[in-house]
Design a protein around this ligand. Structure first.
Ligand code: GTP
Ligand code: MG
Length: 449
């Protein structure tokens, strides 16, 4: 935050944590919270209500980042102004307002181009930030593991690099507030070439972590347990569910992006099978693409899953918007083909029967009270069984390519040689089953391993 230590000087009061001393990142002293004006632009096909909902969410994001929204300005235009986003005249009005309300920073609900940011900061005489900077800032405050920190730093650098051209970001670079914190404490004055080198180094580090994770995931596959990933909008209750199902001790908090690192636990289903259940980072509308890119290693857990448990907060005013936002990110990371089971959580807060009707095959639970959780677990087993069929194949010795295909497309459970063939028990999905049908000798349809 740009902590307020002086009433009269605009630039000199932009102290960072260092200047105030003693504050830990992520623990914002409320008496020094940055004062913010939020700006929302309604243009094109955007409706007023969806724009206002987005602004409400942005205000929550700003609050989570540790700042206070003191005024919200909504502007209507046919399209954003290429130079100043809201137009010169409106920008000057916002400057006057910021002066009158003693505001530190102006936050926009859209990604600003580096040029727009530069021009606006010149008019405002204070930082102009966008939604992406706010989300990156929250991630920066919440990152705790080396991997999480590296991912967030990479995303921040990717975001800041194009903004280093000219003098763009002149205020936010000096401030200690939103948009300036990062696990790497990389000062933006450092020249661009060094930042690019740092980006490459982080990418290398993360590739190594990614390779390690892939190995782990291969080992898990080899262990024959199926993998289920818990995904969903931030604050939907994903970590609470993992805790309630697997006693995981995952951090639960009524704030956005509490979880950044995936956490996997083994869970025994009523049918006897074991699965791996993984809690993952929450998604949000317009999740910055730099974060999606940087969090690839984390999101591999989602891509490799056999089933996605998509957790939805039933108490949210517009669950549908959240569902669509999550599905958009899933499709961005290439996970939209993975079977998804919608789980309406927080049923203790709001009766989800309407949602259950709107979304057939969904289930309702309360991760806190435990209502519906047993049914959910049974349903997970059934869904997994409907995706994967356990079959027995008999493959002649001279059909090595078919054996390789079974290994590639399915999960081999047992393999042994008889006098005239290799007999394999494997899990196959229905399309692999039809491709290999001539070698299948029996199909139980249920997983007994
Ligand atoms: N009333 C109610 N609150 C719940 C329920 N499940 C979770 N919560 C609350 O919702 C808030 C967020 O829960 P988390 O489990 O941290 O949510 P998350 O989806 O892991 O959030 P991120 O990791 O931040 O993306 C916490 O305050 C939980 O106590 C529920 O079934 N009912
Ligand atoms: Mg969580």
């Amino acid at each position: 935050m740009a902590n307020k230590v002086s009433e009269d000087s605009q630039d000199s009061h932009r102290g960072g944590f260092g200047e105030l001393g003693g504050e830990e990142r992520g623990l914002i002293d409320r008496s020094f919270r940055e004062r913010i004006i939020l700006i929302g632009l309604i243009y094109g096909e955007r409706t007023e209500s969806s724009s206002l909902q987005e602004l409400e969410e942005l205000s929550q994001l700003v609050d989570t980042a540790g700042a206070d929204v003191v005024q919200t300005v909504v502007q209507r235009r046919s399209s954003p102004d290429p130079a100043t986003f809201i137009g010169q005249g409106k920008a000057r009005e916002v400057y006057e307002l910021a002066e009158a309300l003693d505001v530190d920073t102006v936050v926009f609900n859209e990604e600003l181009t580096p040029a727009q940011q530069f021009n606006l900061e010149k008019i405002f005489k204070r930082s102009a930030l966008d939604r992406t900077a706010v989300i990156l800032d929250i991630f920066a405050q919440n990152a705790s593991t080396p991997e999480g920190k590296a991912q967030v730093e990479l995303a921040q650098l990717q975001y800041r690099l194009p903004r280093l051209k000219g003098q763009g970001g002149q205020f936010s670079q000096q401030a200690g507030g939103i948009g300036t914190r990062g696990p790497g404490e990389t000062k933006l004055e450092i020249d661009r070439r060094r930042l690019v080198r740092r980006v490459h180094k982080l990418q290398d580090q993360l590739t190594t972590v990614g390779a390690h994770r892939k190995n782990q995931s291969k080992r898990r596959r080899h262990s024959l347990n199926q993998s289920v990933a818990i995904v969903g909008y931030t604050n939907a209750g994903k970590s609470t569910l993992l805790n309630s199902l697997a006693n995981a001790g995952a951090m639960v908090a009524d704030r956005l992006f509490a979880t950044l690192d995936p956490l996997t636990r083994r869970l025994q289903l009523p049918g006897g099978e074991s699965i791996f259940l993984t809690d993952t980072v929450g998604f949000v509308k317009k999740l910055p693409h730099q974060l999606v890119e940087a969090f690839k290693t984390t999101l591999d857990v989602v891509i490799d899953a056999d089933l996605l448990l998509h957790i939805v907060d039933s108490g949210h005013p517009s669950p549908e918007t959240q569902i669509n936002a999550v599905r958009a990110v899933l499709s961005e990371i290439g996970a939209d083909q993975i079977p998804e089971m919608l789980v309406f959580n927080k049923s203790d807060k709001l009766d989800p029967s309407q949602l259950l009707m709107e979304y057939p095959e969904s289930v309702a639970i309360s991760a806190v009270t435990g209502v519906g959780v047993d049914k959910l677990v049974t349903e997970i087993g059934e869904r997994l069984r409907s995706i994967w069929n356990v079959v027995e194949l008999s493959i002649p010795f001279d059909k090595g390519d078919i054996l390789a295909q079974v290994h590639r497309e399915g999960q081999v459970l047992v393999e042994h040689a008889t006098e005239d063939a290799i007999v394999v028990q494997a899990r196959l999905d229905s399309s692999a089953m039809s491709r290999l049908s001539s070698f299948i000798v029996s199909a139980s349809g249920s997983d007994v391993i």
